[in-house]
Ligand binder design. Sequence first.
Ligand code: SF4
Length: 341
Amino acid sequence: MKQVKLWFRQALSCKAKSIESNGSAGCKSMQPAFLLSKIMCFDDLKSCHICPRECGANRVSAPGICGVSGTGVYLTRAALHYWEEPCISGTNGSGTVFFSGCSLHCIYCQNREISVGDAGTMVSVSKLSEIFLSLQERKAHNLNLVTPTHYAPEIIEALTDAKARGLNIPVVYNTGGYEKAETLKMLAPFVDIYLTDFKYLDSSLSKAFSHAEDYPEAAKSALDEMVRQCPECIFGEDGLMKKGVIVRNLLLPGHVKNSKDVVRYVYERYGNRVYQSLMNQYTPIGRFPDFPELERKVTKREYRRLVDYALSLGLENAFIQEGDTQKESFIPPFDGEGVLC
Ligand code: SF4
């Protein structure tokens, strides 16, 4: 594994704010039995409405649109990860858990290897809790749950158990942004940082690229809930985020306008209360006869236009990628590290 790379430049005013340093910002005390009975239970999986697809699948016996079924959790990797934004990766790395399956199915998916529901290895909830704790033991700065929503009931149970056993690092909810506010409300006692994509404001694009015409409305409502839970970004003296919201904006080739619209929307609604992360690392994965622009990388000029626009709005809290990040891969090997042992 490569050592940490500062592939982002943290722009302008990152105002570090100290918090009580018990390591877990904003975690309210919990009563596990109450949470499990009142918030979300495995019966939800018999007619699943966890994500905006609301496909109603009985996941105990058959997969939903996200591709996930059964009573276990499929993981492809649980390891220290150094390629998130600097306030997440720090120097030790982020304790990243990659879940299989996804409800979005973007045609250009950068993680297609694991976006199918049964990729990787199935683990129990108790094993998942052990994995969370083992990442803390490895000195991860935080626990980073990647594409977690379809496993929300299992994650709530595993976090309840792990926190009762001493998990106290911040929990990062790393999502594509296609979320139901109701589900996020149930996760509020457990999540400290939302690291969320905001992929589209144009529903014709979300329909064409992610088969989700309702993505813009779902993402807006989800982001409102995230900011309600984390109304400002809080950093420790070490510069690491302890609580807050980071909105990621992956620039797609030929679609600068979409990304500009997202930047403007997020800035006008939340100002500098959230961080925006402008990403240029789109990697083409194959042929797209209907969308040939997706067969190339983003140009430097396209990215520069987006960055200049963001700065012209007055955006102060942002992460900007520097150098030749387009030539590099930030996708780790999905080799079962941290899961198979
Ligand atoms: S999480 Fe999966 S099964 Fe549940 S509503 Fe979404 S796509 Fe359907």
